[in-house]
Design a protein around this ligand. Structure first.
Ligand code: FAD
Length: 498
């Protein structure tokens, strides 16, 4: 029998432990032996508490039930994101970008048609949460778990305590055969052929491997530092480079959505856990000092007497030119980071690891088919970046230089420029997304939610026929109300988990 391939993961943040668990869930120890090296001295970034529905698939893949991991991580369900105050001039004060589910299949065509009708100047309903079920669940604080007589799958993500999730995934990984070494890497030894031979650690000596996964966070120890892979900065169209985080008391009834509120030089996340609310101000240090950001955040969350301790972080926004070179793959913050407006970081971790496993095993672990892999991962990052950039480009705030600079910024990718052109010309946005073969997480429904939610529409025509509103004609309100009857309160569901 041939020996197992030795994979060494360096870094034990959420990315490292997600990668480790995915690897051992797909490959037996006889095929691939997984070792994870992390330094408790250095610790993890300790933020990143909201997910997309891909995290649901992650737990399905590693066969762990919500009722098991969620109480251990003070986790809650997430049905989408509410955006407050991003486009006060053009659109409603607030709109929702929900995760989409099976029951939405029936109303999506009406939503898309209404958006087009509104682009022609006619007054029809376009608020996304009036159409999509998760929007209704968010409004009523309902958990996205339907009763048995409702035969549709509801998609959802989660909110969780990042430190507790790290600990939980460590236990699961170790119990399933991951070798865990706590040690600080002092050197990455590269052989003459350009492949990584081993790492040297302070506490545990050398660790050799056939393949290395760099999960060392913003440090980027292996692929960027040791192998010299260049980092492509996104600072020209994503200005935010810092954050300050601050908890506040838990809420009842328990919300099931993230709220993202535009502030003077960035935005604030508001993430409900069972134990507390996680808040954080993501801002641009070019426009706001760390001290002023903290003051503004405290005012926003109502912590005027400084009851909670704030944590300041710097963010490196961009991606590596290549995510996989030779026998090294970078995952998580080490491969790149796009600011957390749509909570996509763990989605990109999962996509990267799953595609890596497909690619590496497709050649019998023999060679490194990196070119097409890298193209796909770069396209995923670019797709997410463009969707986030659109939030800034389209803002209609006039209260600070920061928002004006974002609106006036013309550093847009060709892809984003075409998407916006098609929308303004009233052409078919879904066809354009298909034509461009956009592979990102954000499909035509997400783009329509964003553009309609911001109110990116022409002025209403003088002449209104008073019909053609499919929301009214198809009685979507009644459909949605009927669907929502099948869901219980989020607070009750989480209490039942214990
Ligand atoms: P880290 O958590 O930084 O882990 C790095 C690991 O490498 C640690 O274990 C460290 O000890 C180890 N290490 C480093 N150097 C060495 C060394 N020399 N020797 C040994 N070990 C070493 N993501 C989301 O999906 N949703 C969100 O809502 C979200 N919000 C965010 C908000 C902010 C402000 C920031 C900055 C990020 C956010 N993210 C979010 C991203 C998310 O935090 C990360 O993607 C996630 O935590 C994974 O981080 P990581 O494991 O790559 O890095």
């Amino acid at each position: 029998m041939s020996k197992p391939r030795r994979v060494v993961i360096v870094g034990g943040g959420t990315a490292g432990w997600m990668a480790a668990n995915l690897l051992v869930s797909r490959w037996s120890r006889e095929e691939v032996a997984v070792t994870l090296v992390e330094s408790p001295q250095i610790g993890t970034v300790g933020v990143g508490e909201g997910s997309t529905p891909t995290l649901r698939r992650f737990f399905q893949l590693i066969d762990v039930a919500d009722s098991d991991w969620m109480p251990a991580c003070n986790a809650t369900y997430k049905v989408g994101i509410r955006f407050d105050g991003w486009s006060p001039e053009g659109g409603p004060r607030s709109y929702r970008h929900p995760f989409f589910s099976q029951p939405d299949t029936f109303v999506t065509p009406s939503f898309l048609v209404n958006c087009r009708t509104r682009r022609l100047g006619l007054d029809v309903t376009t608020a996304p949460d009036k159409f999509f079920l998760n929007g209704a669940l968010a409004g009523d604080h309902l958990a996205p778990l339907a009763t048995e007589n409702f035969p549709f799958d509801i998609d959802y993500g989660y909110h969780f305590d990042a430190l507790l999730l790290g600990r939980y995934l460590t236990q699961v990984g170790v119990s399933r055969g991951v070798t865990h070494i706590e040690a600080k890497v002092s050197q990455v030894v590269v052989a003459d052929d350009g492949l990584i031979d081993r790492i040297e650690t302070d506490e545990a000596g050398s660790v050799s491997g056939d393949f290395f996964i760099d999960c060392t966070g913003f440090a980027g120890l292996l692929l960027q530092q040791a192998l010299g892979e260049p980092f492509i900065d996104f600072a020209t169209n994503l200005y935010n480079d810092a954050a300050v985080a601050l908890p506040s008391a838990a809420l009842s009834p328990l919300p099931c959505e993230t709220v993202s509120t535009a502030l003077s030089a960035g935005w604030c996340w508001h993430i409900p856990l069972t134990s507390r609310i996680g808040n954080g101000y993501v801002y641009s240090s070019r426009f706001l000092t760390a001290e002023d950001a903290e003051v503004e955040l405290r005012r926003h969350v109502g912590d005027l007497d400084g009851a909670y301790e704030a944590r300041h972080l710097k963010m490196r926004v961009g991606q590596l030119r290549r995510h996989w070179c030779g026998n090294c793959l970078a995952v998580g913050l080490a491969q790149g980071f796009i600011e957390p407006l749509e909570a996509t970081a763990l989605l990109l971790v999962q996509v990267t690891v799953e595609k890596f496993m497909d690619a590496w095993s497709s050649t019998g672990f023999a060679s490194h088919p990196t070119e097409s892999f890298n193209k796909q991962i770069v396209a995923h990052f670019d797709g997410v970046r463009d969707y986030i950039v659109a939030h800034y480009k389209l803002n209609t705030r006039n209260d600070s230089d920061y928002w004006r600079a974002n609106r006036n910024n013309d550093v847009l990718s060709d892809s984003l420029r075409h998407l916006l052109d098609v929308w303004y010309r009233c052409d078919d946005l879904s066809a354009e997304i298909e034509r461009q073969q956009l592979v990102s997480h954000f499909d035509t429904r997400s783009w329509h939610c964003l553009l309609a939610g911001y109110g990116v529409f022409p002025a209403l025509a003088d002449d209104q026929p008073g019909r053609g509103d499919l929301y009214v004609e198809r009685d979507i309100e009644r459909y949605q109300r009927g669907c929502a009857l099948n869901f219980e309160s989020h607070t009750a569901v989480m209490a039942a988990y214990g």
